[in-house]
Design a binder for this molecule. Structure first.
Ligand code: FES
Length: 392
């Protein structure tokens, strides 16, 4: 975390955004809780474990959904942590479905039962995404940090399909499981997934801390992509649709993070903080809370949501770049994590003066030190301790 002071809107400033120029937040991500029974080292959630005490109530979440839907939001993801830990999940699903949202449960599958899958269906849940950590129990459970996790996920994935849901499987690919890519694809076929994300870890939160241990080499990625392409060719249009996502560290232009700050995505964290992306809390900006402000006020007028809209904020080389409409200067959180300045060009961009930081990170990941292994063990132990405290 930088020692910069948080930038706040002063009373003399007025929000430059006009309501008519900002479309609605189309995609709402409701992070219902940060509690989670797994201990995945690639988790992108915040590394501070202080937020669980002040989760929004059922009524507060329902109010958020109503306000977002009134603005025109169409898609709602229930995420976490592990959203199944919220006993009111069915109530929240029903309320949002009644409002007309397309609803998606993003889960580890731990805590799911056949009965709960059926109850969620009655509540109107449209879609379930289950994460796996590997293609067999040994690798999966070692990465997840929980025994029998694979067995439970496998069983629940079968049940999700048997109960007629469209199903996405999400495999977060890292150095620990990239050699299993062909087995992962075979498993996805066996489970009759509709879509499969083979997505290399995004380096935020815990994953940023553990990056040197997670980031595959370019050679490993090239080989994995070759296997995916070969598998797809053999499929001849049958079976799951596979999406392979390489880490932006190996690109020369940054990703258009969140499709542009404050244009499409709105995340609400367990304690009610409203963010333009799931990692924004780390930035030296003061973010609003849904307990104090309506979703419309937050989206249309809050200083933090307006801060990186458009290109007034951009430094060079972004400002004069003919690709700025494509990537919007890249990811603000990544720029901040790597350079300590959230305004800078995302270092992924080869035009950035900080691009060497990415190359350095790639080089360091080829030789994870004992210190990194110790750090992963320490973060896993912290999560275990937290879960023991919560009895999950
Ligand atoms: Fe925050 Fe990219 S994750 S802007």
């Amino acid at each position: 975390m930088s020692n910069q002071t948080a930038i706040e809107q002063t009373s003399s400033e007025t929000s430059a955004v006009s309501i008519s120029t900002v479309g609605p937040p189309l995609w709402l991500l409701a992070e219902l809780t940060y509690d989670c029974p797994l201990h995945c080292p690639y988790c992108s959630n915040p590394t501070q474990l202080t937020e669980t005490k002040d989760e929004l109530s059922t009524e507060q979440w329902c109010q958020v959904f109503t306000e977002a839907r009134d603005m025109g939001a169409v898609q709602l993801g229930f995420s976490g942590g592990e959203p199944l830990l919220r006993k009111d999940l069915e109530v929240l699903v029903k309320h949002s479905r009644d409002l007309g949202f397309y609803t998606n449960l993003i889960t580890s599958g731990i805590g799911l039962t056949e009965k709960r899958i059926a109850k969620l269906k009655v509540a109107g849940l449209d879609h379930i995404q289950i994460s796996f950590q590997g293609a067999d129990p040994e690798v999966n459970d070692a990465i997840a940090g929980k025994g029998n996790a694979y067995k439970q996920k496998f069983k629940m994935a079968k049940s999700v399909k048997a109960q007629g849901y469209p199903m996405v499987l999400n495999f977060v690919i890292s150095k620990q499981n990239i050699s299993q890519i062909a087995e992962v694809m075979r498993l996805s076929c066996e489970l009759e997934a509709d879509y499969v994300e083979l997505a290399t870890a995004q380096y935020y939160g815990w994953a940023y801390q553990n990056r040197d241990h997670l980031l595959p080499t370019q050679a490993e990625l090239v080989e994995a992509e070759r296997i995916v392409n070969e598998f797809r060719d053999k499929q001849q249009g049958k079976g799951p649709h596979f999406i392979f996502v390489t880490p932006d560290y190996f690109e020369t232009r940054p990703k258009a993070c969140m499709n542009g700050w404050g244009t499409t995505f709105l995340t609400v964290t367990p304690d009610g903080s409203a963010l333009p992306c799931h990692s924004a809390k780390m930035l030296p900006l003061t973010f609003p809370n849904v307990k104090d402000k309506s979703i419309a006020d937050i989206w249309q007028q809050d200083f933090s949501f307006e801060y990186f809209r458009g290109d007034d904020w951009m430094p060079q080389p972004c400002k004069g770049c003919d690709e700025k409409e494509k990537d919007f200067g890249g990811c603000r959180c990544q720029a901040f994590m790597m350079t300590g300045d959230m305004h800078k060009t995302d270092p992924v961009c080869s035009k950035s003066e900080d691009h060497h930081l990415i190359q350095q990170a790639i080089a360091e990941a080829t030789k994870p030190s004992k210190a990194i292994v110790d750090r992963i063990n320490q973060s896993t132990a912290m999560k275990h301790a937290k879960n023991a405290e919560l009895n999950i």
